[in-house]
Design a binder for this molecule. Structure first.
Ligand SMILES: Cc1cc2nc3c(=O)[nH]c(=O)nc-3n(C[C@H](O)[C@H](O)[C@H](O)COP(=O)(O)OP(=O)(O)OC[C@H]3O[C@@H](n4cnc5c(N)ncnc54)[C@H](O)[C@@H]3O)c2cc1C
Length: 411
C-alpha cells in the first residue's frame, strides 16, 4: 500500500477521509486493510506531491482546544426514545433545520445490498430520525465533506456531528473557520470496522432468516444503558415495510457488541486518540452522563431529568459553541455541572481506551479466518462454563453474597 508518508503507523490515521476528499488530483482512495479498517492509499501516477493531504489531516495536526465550559447535564424536552442518551443532539439539530439550516450525521444505508453507515445530509425534521441513535461502527464521513463546504459557501447554517476525529478531519478539510458552521463531537471510546459490523448483521440475519433493515444499539425499552438491541427485520426480497418486524435482543448475546464494549476490536488510532480528553475539536460535545446518580445526585432532584430516559452530558468548548447553544438549545433542559462531575463517570474524557491483551488474538483470528472464526473464539473464551456459572449466580444470589464470594476467590 503506497501511503506517501500519510501515516507512519496505523495509530496515526483515523480513516476519516479528509485527505482523500481534499486531494485535488483524486489520487487518494480509502482501502480496507487486513483487519478490515480503512486507510488512505495513494495512486502514485496521479500524485503530484503537493502535500495538501498531510496538511488537512485532523488527527496529526490536532485541530482542537481545551474545553472552556460551561458543562451541563442535558435532556431533550420531549420524546428522546430514538436517541442513545438524553437526546441533546436531536434538540440542537431540530432547531437548526427549523431555521432553514442543514444537518450532517451518521445514518444506515444499503451499499451493495449490505447495511453500512455513512454520513448524510438532512434538511428537515423527518430526516433527523435516521441520524438519531448510536451506530457503533466507523461511519464513512469524508465523502460528505465537499457537500458540507458547498452548503457553507451557499450561506446556509450547517451542523456537522460525528466522532471527534471526524470533526477534526472536517476542520482540516475546510482549512478555515466558518461562522455558519457548528460542530458537535461525540464522547467516543472507539470504532470497530465496517467489515466486522457486517459480521454482526450476518449473524442476525442467520438467526432470524430475515434481512436486517435497521439496528438500534441502544434500545431504551429496558431503560438507559447498553443492555438491549432493537433490530428491524424484513423478509428477504421484500421492499415494502408492511411485513417489518421488530425484535429486542440481549446485547450480551452478540459477539460484536460484547467485544466493542470491552474495547477489543477498535481501530488502532482509538487507543491513542488525542481527543479522549478535555481537548475537543467540536464547538460542542455530547455524550452520556454516566454516573450522574452518584456524582451529581442533585441533578435528579427537580424532576426534569430521568435516568430511565437517559441523560446527556453537554460540553460547551468555545465561544462559538456558547453562541450556538443560545441559538439552538431552546428544547434542552440544562443543569450546569463541573467538567470533573462528567469525566468521573466517563473515562473517554480523561484518556483513550486501553488496548486489551486479547485484542491481537481476536484481530489475528479475523485476519487469518473470518468473522465466524472470531465468533467461535469468543464463544470458547467468553461464554464457557465460567461465564455460565457467573450469570447463574447473578440471577440467584444477592449482590452482597456475590461480592463475598468474589472476594474469597480473589484471595
Ligand atoms: C462509536 C461510538 C462510541 C461512543 N462511545 C461513547 C463513550 O464511550 N461514552 C459516551 O459518553 N458516549 C459515547 N458515544 C456517544 C453516545 O453513544 C451518544 O451518541 C451520545 O451520547 C449522543 O447521544 P444523544 O442522545 O444526544 O443523540 P443520539 O441521537 O443518540 O446521537 C446521534 C448522533 O450520533 C452520531 N453518530 C451515530 N453513530 C455514529 C457513528 N458511527 N459515527 C459518527 N457519528 C455517529 C449521529 O450523527 C448523531 O450526531 C459513542 C458514540 C459512538 C458512535
Amino acid at each position: 500500500m503506497d501511503t506517501r508518508g500519510l501515516w507512519a503507523s496505523p495509530d496515526r490515521c483515523c480513516g476519516c477521509g479528509a485527505c482523500a476528499a481534499r486531494c485535488p488530483r483524486g489520487a487518494i482512495r480509502l482501502r480496507e486493510g487486513a483487519d478490515g479498517f480503512v486507510f488512505p492509499e495513494v495512486n502514485e501516477s496521479l500524485c503530484v506531491d503537493c502535500g495538501l493531504c498531510k496538511r488537512v489531516c485532523g488527527l496529526q495536526n490536532a485541530r482542537a482546544l481545551q474545553t472552556s465550559g460551561p458543562w451541563y447535564a442535558a435532556s431533550l424536552r420531549g420524546d428522546s426514545s430514538l436517541s442513545a442518551s438524553g437526546g441533546a443532539f436531536f434538540a440542537l439539530a431540530r432547531a437548526v433545520v427549523s431555521m432553514g439550516g442543514v444537518v450532517f450525521g451518521a445514518a444506515y444505508m444499503r451499499d451493495d445490498g449490505r447495511l453500512s453507515v455513512r454520513h448524510v445530509m438532512t434538511e428537515d425534521e423527518a430526516g433527523l430520525s435516521s441520524l438519531q441513535g448510536s451506530k457503533y461502527v466507523q461511519s464513512d464521513a469524508g465523502a460528505c465533506f465537499p457537500e458540507v463546504e458547498r452548503e457553507l459557501r451557499a450561506g446556509r447554517e450547517v451542523l456537522f456531528s460525528g466522532t471527534p476525529c471526524q470533526v477534526a478531519g472536517l476542520k482540516g478539510y475546510l482549512g478555515r473557520d466558518w461562522t455558519n458552521l457548528v460542530t458537535v463531537d461525540l464522547v467516543c471510546h472507539g470504532v470497530p470496522s465496517e467489515v466486522m459490523f457486517h459480521g454482526l448483521v450476518a449473524a442476525l440475519e442467520r438467526r432470524y432468516g430475515k434481512r436486517v433493515v435497521d439496528l438500534r444499539f441502544r434500545c431504551k425499552h429496558g431503560g438507559w444503558g447498553h443492555s438491549m438491541l432493537l433490530v428491524r427485520l424484513r423478509p428477504f426480497g421484500e421492499t415494502s415495510t408492511c411485513d417489518d418486524e421488530d425484535v429486542q435482543i440481549q446485547a450480551s448475546d452478540f459477539t460484536y457488541y460484547d467485544l466493542f464494549l470491552r474495547r477489543m476490536i477498535l481501530r488502532d488510532s482509538c487507543y491513542a486518540c488525542p481527543f479522549a480528553s478535555p481537548i475537543r475539536p467540536g464547538d460542542l460535545t455530547v455524550g452520556d452522563f454516566w454516573g450522574v446518580e452518584d456524582n451529581r445526585p442533585d441533578v435528579l432532584l427537580d424532576g426534569r431529568f430521568d435516568v430511565e430516559r437517559g441523560i446527556s452530558c453537554l460540553l460547551v468548548n468555545n465561544m462559538h459553541g456558547r453562541e450556538a447553544l443560545e441559538r439552538f438549545g431552546r428544547d434542552l433542559d440544562l443543569c450546569e455541572v463541573e467538567f470533573e462531575d462528567i469525566a468521573k463517570g466517563n473515562d473517554q474524557l480523561r484518556h483513550p481506551s486501553t488496548k486489551p491483551t486479547d485484542r491481537e488474538l481476536y484481530l489475528t483470528t479475523f485476519r487469518d479466518g473470518d468473522w465466524n472464526s472470531v465468533e467461535a473464539l469468543w464463544r470458547r473464551r467468553e461464554r464457557g462454563v465460567r461465564y455460565r456459572v457467573r450469570e447463574a449466580a447473578k440471577r440467584v444470589l444477592p449482590k452482597g453474597v456475590r461480592r463475598f464470594f468474589k472476594h474469597l476467590i480473589s484471595r
